[in-house]
Write a protein that binds this ligand. Structure first.
Ligand SMILES: [Zn+2]
Length: 107
């Protein structure tokens, strides 16, 4: 049993045990926590080790392309994957490869 109260941050009504307005469950989570939660829910992360100084190269060339480093790496993966797929078409497992490729290429 609870009280219908108003969230002082977002203005939505929510049910609380205390009979006073406060923060709803959604607003109790800090902004950075929320964006972290959304990030881990929607994205995989990979740690890549680069030779010293290569990060500067990544930063410079992604900037030249008007991309973030993250966008640049994603684009590089897609571009390289397309080329690798074309090069491997003559090998065995063509059907399986095609199927896998179709499933993955939209990421
Ligand atoms: Zn709220």
């Amino acid at each position: 049993m609870g009280y219908n109260v108003i969230c002082i941050k977002c203005g939505r009504s929510y049910v609380s045990k205390a009979n006073r307005n406060g923060l709803c469950e959604n607003c109790k989570v800090s902004g950075s926590e929320r964006s972290m939660t959304s990030r881990t829910k929607n994205y995989d992360s990979v740690i890549v080790y680069l030779p010293k100084g290569k990060r500067d190269k990544l930063k410079m060339f992604s900037g030249l392309c008007g991309m973030t480093m993250n966008e640049f790496v994603n684009k590089a993966i897609d571009t390289f994957s397309d080329a690798a797929f074309e090069n491997s078409l003559n090998e065995n497992n063509e059907e399986m490869l095609k199927k896998t490729y179709e499933e993955l290429k939209n990421f």
